[in-house]
Design a protein around this ligand. Sequence first.
Ligand code: KIV
Length: 309
Amino acid sequence: MSSKGRVTISHIKAMKRRGEPITMITAYDYPSARLVEDAEVPMILVGDTLGMVVLGYDTTLPVTMDDMLHHVKAVVRGTEKTLVVADMPFMSYQSGPEEALRNAGRFMQEGGAQAVKLEGGVTVAETVRKIVDAGIPVMGHVGLTPQSVHQVGGWKVQGKGPRDAVRVMNDALALEQAGAFSVVLELVPTPLATLISKRLRVPTIGIGAGPGCDGQVQVFHDLLGLYGDFVPKHTRQYAQVGNVIRSAIAQYRADVEAGRFPTEEQSFGMDESALAELLTTDDADDATEPRPNGRRVPVHLSIPSVPPR
Ligand code: KIV
């Protein structure tokens, strides 16, 4: 990663020329963006998978421009060097190049992103050209395009048969010709993805497309094991953060319920004379405070003087 300024699309294209594998991961908010940047990953995708892994929808279709902009801004605030790609949500570009350009422009101008991504091949090539001509870098996305999940009939590998394989290849070529700086290949058989990666001058970024792609992208929550109940076949879980979080929260709850948290260490004192003045006006019985666990906590002069943070 460049030590000064942000990674640019020129860096990403040069990585392909040098044969350096490109890593990309999704992030959706300020803390995840900071963690990704700390790991020196050159590109973040603020994906519309936001809808599924953060907002709890079944598909990406309900995600709106406003949802995306809110999260793109947070990710940009959490990064200084990483190239941030904003994913264009369903119906933000499908109705035509003019609307697509307007929405892509919002991601750059209001969101602070450095590039946008949209799904589709030959059918969106004119739209891609329009956005690129306006000076906005575009990442393409072919193979399985989740915004068309109902048209495709499910989350299926694309390009297994001869006609389908030619379609995926032509889609990728059309995006390159339209000026895309890279192309995501999602759920594409390894031999086809490898062939496309050799044919294209711009980098391919695979997800479920095998090791022959120029780079890889994965969803933050999948890689880190935030959800134990579903692990896509194309993911390797590098941690089980969900279990770590669950166990920490359960310990916190147990400590609160047992009166072990907070202790003096996490508490604040006050001026003793101010407290003494209060206590003289109070009934002695009121100088203790009931807690839900039945304990009464004394409010007396031994409260330590811990400086406020
Ligand atoms: O929205 C997303 O996270 C994506 C990746 C799966 C490539 O498009």
